[in-house]
Design a protein around this ligand. Structure first.
Ligand SMILES: CC(C)(COP(=O)(O)OP(=O)(O)OC[C@H]1O[C@@H](n2cnc3c(N)ncnc32)[C@H](O)[C@@H]1OP(=O)(O)O)[C@@H](O)C(=O)NCCC(=O)NCCS
Length: 327
């Protein structure tokens, strides 16, 4: 398809939002019905007012596109806003015709016009998309890691002073407070909106805090929380945050007890070397590298991955990019 046969437009210029739903369904298995898109847009303040950028063919088909973010981050030199690229998708019937490359170039210009010097995205090294990102001068910012414990490995001891209980809506401010306190001396993607759970409801599937969140407390004081997605085979912590090692351990012990036959996986993306140490102390194999990767592109000249890692304290083990904070 010659370049002139499509237009690049923002989300509100797309005539039929179900075309965007279809694009994400086909490319990402992401059932983003228009009401879901509107909810994400209304609640997650990282989306820019244009929300998304798309290539529309002469027939009105949305061939490719992604969502647009402006993300506040913390660096060793203070706050830095970066451009964020989320839900990158080209319909299979329009693949390999340069659609996404054109959209990405337009996006980089869009970010530059808004004073942003970097574009960030999270992806997987398994995907063909990596070739495209490398051609566009994206480079590694951080790698995703997990911690794992299988059922036959020794159980984490249950600390006596910390109680683990279920979550109720009253705990929303508690979760926010624990997070804010825990991340204070680290860098990366740590600035969250106040009603974070609502804002990131669709960040990785649909979040179900009532079913999956557990709260650790010592006396009346909340000390930590963990979000577990569990079935009889696997119990995965999308996020586990605690203010001390005992509370962290209590959250692990709770999951192991509740799912005795399951492999326990903890996503470490949002954790610093301090918490990775707590996982090791509890008998977890950690850190194990996964295919997950965060990429960054400098919008002013060539990307210097080493310099950017150092800006974010990645080598110091002080960088956080939790599963719910990525793009
Ligand atoms: C990744 C994706 C967005 C690429 O979109 P696209 O419009 O086909 O990309 P382009 O045509 O601009 O590709 C430009 C270049 O990127 C590279 N590339 C793109 N897709 C590739 C693939 N699947 N395998 C290897 N290289 C690929 C090629 O170098 C390509 O140039 P070429 O066709 O001249 O060889 C699309 O394949 C897609 O939606 N995939 C499924 C969803 C996905 O993986 N999204 C990324 C999530 S982070």
């Amino acid at each position: 398809m010659p370049l002139a046969d499509f237009r690049i437009v923002y989300f509100d210029e797309v005539d039929d939002p179900y075309q965007v739903t279809l694009l994400f369904q086909l490319s990402l298995f992401f059932p983003a019905m228009p009401n879901v898109l509107e909810e994400m847009r209304a609640n997650d303040d990282r989306y820019t007012s244009e929300f998304g950028i798309f290539a529309v063919t002469r027939d009105g088909a949305v061939a490719a596109g992604h969502l647009l973010m402006r993300i506040p981050t913390a660096t060793t030199r203070g706050r830095l806003d970066v451009g964020g690229v989320n839900a990158v998708a080209t319909r299979p019937d329009f693949a390999r015709r340069g659609f996404m490359t054109s959209i990405m170039n337009a996006t980089h210009q869009y970010f530059r016009e808004r004073g942003l010097d970097h574009s960030v995205l999270t992806t997987s090294g398994r995907l063909g998309a990596m070739v495209m990102y490398e051609r566009l001068d994206y480079a590694e910012l951080s790698r995703s890691h997990i911690a794992v414990k299988y059922p036959k490995q020794p159980r984490t001891p249950v600390p006596s002073e910390v109680l683990v209980r279920s979550f109720s809506d009253d705990d929303i401010p508690i979760v926010n407070k624990v997070y804010t306190e825990a991340v204070r001396k680290s860098y990366g993607f740590i600035h969250r909106p106040s009603d974070f759970l609502k804002a990131r409801k669709y960040a990785t599937g649909e979040m179900k805090p009532k079913e999956n969140l557990r709260i650790a407390q010592r006396g009346d004081t909340a000390m930590g929380y963990a979000y577990w997605d569990s079935n009889p085979r696997i119990s995965e912590a999308y996020e586990i945050i605690a203010l001390d090692s005992q509370s962290f351990q209590a959250l692990l012990a709770d999951a192991e007890q509740r799912n005795p036959g399951a492999g326990i996986f903890v996503w470490c993306d949002g954790l610093t070397s301090l918490e990775i140490g707590w996982l090791r102390d509890a008998g977890y194999q950690v850190p194990i590298e996964t295919y997950g990767i965060a990429l960054v592109k400098s919008l002013k000249g060539k990307t210097d991955s080493r310099k950017l890692k150092s800006l974010y304290g990645v080598e110091l083990g002080k960088f956080r990019l939790g599963l719910w904070d990525g793009t």
